[in-house]
Design a protein around this ligand. Sequence first.
Ligand SMILES: [Zn+2]
Length: 251
Amino acid sequence: MVLIAALYATPSLFDRFVLPVALPYLPGADVPPRGVEAGDAPLGTPPPAPASTAFSLMESPVEEQEWVAYDPCRPVHYVVRPDSAPVGSEGLVQEAVAAVSAATGLQFIDDGATTEAPSEDRDLYQPELYGKTWVPVLITWTSEAEIPRLAGDIAGLGGSDYAQTPGQPLVYVGGQVQLDAPDAVESLRYPDGRAYLRATIMHELAHVVGLDHVDDPGQLMYEQNVGRVSFGEGDLAGLALLGSGPCAPGL
Ligand SMILES: [Zn+2]
């Protein structure tokens, strides 16, 4: 077993509260028109959850709502900034997204490459780059030179922002995964490097959809990579719950 010195993420990195959404939509508004791609029913359903409680959900910023999730009634778009992607990492992002999609029932759409840089203060509406819709999940191969919080053994960071139409549930929008490219290059030197790097991306994406760390080395959401390359039962139970959040057609 290859042990890669890699801490995962600080889940609270992107906790920035967006409230309230301006209504009604006006040209030039700083939020997208309401209900873009919103369906009447969830686009997918999570698989039956294992009977495990070995998971923790990200804390909700409001008392009235216990936990936050992506709107399952619309697709979750994602883009990748390919700069600095390590040789040998081809396909890993898509495979990690597929694993999270399977575990949550959330439908992800690959919108391809972007030039957008990672940021802790990301604008959630960038119509010039992405059209009149909430920004997609942004996955970047970066480094501590660009993202100082990746210093040391931190292999990646992940999280989402919130948005809300007044009176309706809070939902996640605009997630980010920031991957430490030099650390990833190091990981890929090992025989099982691809599996470990894929697991790192899965861990960060699980933060994006709302899973927090859990103090159980048998789960991928343990704070440190101890050799797991797949989701554990607790991870899967949490992800299934996170795929069953409320729809937010008014957003
Ligand atoms: Zn983490």
